[in-house]
Design a protein around this ligand. Structure first.
Ligand code: GLY
Length: 402
């Protein structure tokens, strides 16, 4: 009788912890990973209750939450985090919240004045469609991709990033991230031209954005009439010649993603070189969460380790890029190991919020734009989004049971 009861209880435990991978090929999650997913579930569940669709949590400044409306470049990250949270935890309530927060962004389909359409729509509607295959998400995605592709000029060979500022035709390294949306849309909407646009942008950026050491400029300005490069510099880095940490991360992720979509070896080599620049950088702290710019040498507010503020968002994006790269090469273990170190750090008390803290954001300690005095050492929604994405990628590579 006791034996039968014990077997029954064991059966319940098995069903609850391993419903997505009932076979023996998947292993139990390490304690740090389990603790992280518990926190993620608690924070996202509460955030979905407290925040209002269309007014998405973006960051925290002096104790006040900055909200993102549907014109804000970060607006897709909170719905996207809810979708990833659902995938990581199996909590169906997160999926229904994700749907509400996604659908509130439908007017982004009319936005034409930014390259950020990838961040805004592919992270929200893109994940919604990937997970549910509900075709009602597609018309918004179709319009957004059309508007992103329309920002490409054959003269410059790149998509124009911004419509504001002092530049003539600015292109930022961040723009690499939005190409994933075009590669997907090319197949989904039978628009092979989008693949050509994405790959041309990546090749032109490879030529003009990178220095000899494979660090990248943040902004390259083009002459729209001739395609000539007018200038190279920064917007969010410490100097024009510095390596702004998130910019290096966007480049790494971007080229690993371009290779996954095209199998063009030039993209793979570029991703490997950027990874080497980041991984071997003498200013990378021991916990592998970079300071907001690799070239800041204690010039500004220092943290308890004697370093300037860290950028958890850059670390999370680097982890995603390395995990993607690891699946494309024979010697991928070094990339997985490095990404694991980052994820362990981000999952420690130093960076991971306690349940109920941090205005229900998941990670602490990111930097938006230091020299604009904006979002310094604060939770930011894209740090959370890429942290969840990295955990998902890590779980797939390590075959971790949900
Ligand atoms: N795409 C803007 C940023 O990374 O801050």
């Amino acid at each position: 009788m006791y034996k039968r009861l014990a077997a029954f209880v064991a059966g319940i435990a098995f069903t609850a912890t391993s419903f997505s991978h009932p076979d023996d090929s998947h292993r139990e999650a390490p304690a740090w990973f389990t603790n992280a997913t518990r926190t993620i579930d608690a924070q996202l569940s509460k955030a979905a209750e407290v925040y209002i669709p269309g007014q998405n949590p973006r960051s925290v400044t002096c104790g006040t939450v900055r909200l993102a409306n549907c014109r804000d470049w970060t607006t897709g990250f909170f719905p996207g985090s809810l979708w990833y949270g659902y995938e990581l935890t199996g909590n169906k309530a997160l999926a229904s919240a994700a749907k509400r927060f996604t659908l509130a962004l439908d007017s982004i389909r009319y936005v034409t004045d930014t390259h950020d359409l990838g961040f805004m729509l592919y992270c929200s509607y893109g994940n919604a469609w990937r997970i549910t295959k509900d075709n009602t998400y597609l018309p918004v995605l179709q319009d957004g991709a059309k508007h992103l592709a329309a920002r490409f000029s054959p003269k410059t060979g790149v998509i124009r990033s911004w419509d504001f500022g002092k530049w003539k035709y600015p292109v930022i390294i961040d723009n690499m991230m939005n190409l994933e949306y075009l590669y997907w849309a090319a197949g989904q909407f039978k628009q092979p031209g989008y693949t050509k646009i994405a790959s041309t942008h990546a090749l032109t950026t490879m030529k003009n954005h990178f220095r000899k050491d494979y660090s990248s400029y943040h902004v390259v300005d083009y002459d729209p009439a001739t395609g000539k490069v007018l200038g190279k510099g920064t917007h969010q880095g410490v100097t024009n010649e510095s390596a702004w940490a998130r910019g290096q991360a966007w480049g790494l992720y971007g080229y690993a993603m371009c290779y996954a979509n095209t199998k063009n070896s030039a993209f793979l080599n570029q991703a490997k070189h950027i990874a080497a620049f980041i991984m071997n950088h003498p200013n990378m702290p021991k916990d592998k969460v970079p300071v907001w710019d690799f070239d800041v040498h204690n010039a500004y507010d220092v943290d308890e380790d004697g370093r300037a503020p860290r950028d958890a968002s850059a670390a999370a994006v680097i982890a995603c890029g390395l995990l993607d790269l690891s699946t494309e090469v024979a010697d991928g273990k070094k990339y997985v190991d490095y990404a694991e170190d980052i994820l362990r750090s981000l999952s420690s008390d130093k960076y991971l919020a306690g349940p109920g803290e941090n205005h229900f954001f998941i990670l602490k300690h990111s930097v938006g734009a230091f020299l604009f005095n904006s979002e310094i050492d604060t939770p930011i929604n894209y740090a959370d989004y890429y942290y969840l994405e990295a955990l998902k990628k890590y779980a797939a590579i390590k075959k971790i049971k949900r």
